[in-house]
Design a binder for this molecule. Sequence first.
Ligand SMILES: [Zn+2]
Ligand SMILES: [Zn+2]
Length: 262
Amino acid sequence: MLFCPLFSGSSGNSSYIETGDTCILVDAGLTGKAIESALRQIGKSPADLNAILITHEHTDHINAAGVLSRRYDLPIYANAGTWRGMLPLIGNIKQKNIRVFETNRDFYIKDVNILPFKTPHDSNESVGYAFFHNGIKLSLMTDIGHMNEQLLSAVENSDLLLIESNHDVELLQAGPYPYQLKRRILSDNGHLSNENAGKALAKLYTRGVRHALLGHLSHENNFEQLAMETVRGVLRENDIPDSEFSLAMTHRDRIGGLFEIE
Ligand SMILES: [Zn+2]
Ligand SMILES: [Zn+2]
């Protein structure tokens, strides 16, 4: 399985996944042009895609979904709640390209088995995804207000996990955001802090996870080095040495590497 975080951050999200004969885009939260050019950098085109999967209807996840679907005749997969929020925002989508799945029920796109699982976030019905192919498991979970047992069990034993490491709580509290927005981000249905991402990974270490990518960093309230050091620090506090857990970073404005998972 191939995984490429094209962009990740509060300003826009999109990831590329490829298995034997399936190419999937998860979220399309930038311009169509930016996504096309990022795909081109890894030798792909949107025309290669079999589907666009959407996590939830916030703009940083859906911005180019309609454009790409119309331009390349691509099916968009989302649950009913996300479709309700998204359809008025992305323009006309051909009926045949409106694919509705049920949260917590797995489905297939060609040779990939996909499990959308519920995430706690302030949107209609947001999800994370686990992808299974040939005994490999890849999971993506961002836009999560807090961790819970359902999330941990949804992503346990992933060979690679993209997890949100959104903000540093102190930077957020001291920063320029209005009070209501700070409260929203810090709430149980907001975003996961660096510290809480580290705690989640420490728990997941005991449940088979050894490789993670940090994503969906806030532009205002975080920076890459701080997120990485905070998460690493929490892992060390939990007696998990650096050599036992590989951490990598995604970026808001460029490709975060091409990962071959075997
Ligand atoms: Zn969101
Ligand atoms: Zn988001």
